[in-house]
Design a protein around this ligand. Sequence first.
Ligand code: HEC
Length: 132
Amino acid sequence: MKILKLIVLSIAVTGLVSACKLAETEQVQAPSYGEAPSYGVMAGDIKTGKALFNDTTFGNGTSGKSCNSCHLGGKGMEMAGDKKEFNIMGKKQNSLEEAVNFCIEMALKGKAIDPDGKSMKDIVAYIKSLKG
Ligand code: HEC
């Protein structure tokens, strides 16, 4: 009878300990749910950027075109990631972000996106990933 009590007790203790551990890990992870990483500069995500590049509604585009309609597979953009000056359709842009927004407005017929926002970081990360 004593041995049975001991077994029951040890099971109960094990259960309690693992329950505590579970609660502990949940507590540690909880604050970061669904939040963008907050370390210094927000990191762009290449995969999300590629999806945006192929999305006709990127920047609220209304022309039915995606970036990929003209820049098929990102071809010809291998240098864009390192450029400081751009010239698209006879107009000058002074950063990659400006170039992206220029094409959003002129080619996708959308609205310029936040140059410091997450979508811009993602599309820039994708464009930078294209270089040879
Ligand atoms: C209607 C066609 C068209 C669409 C759609 C388009 N672009 Fe462009 N884009 C151009 C043209 C034309 C140029 C200038 C010539 C070149 O560099 O290829 C250009 C140039 C660029 C450049 C500069 C490349 C360089 O190395 O100088 C970037 C960056 C760019 N586009 C990004 C985008 C992004 C991002 C999208 C989607 C939001 C997009 N473009 C959609 C036509 C388009």
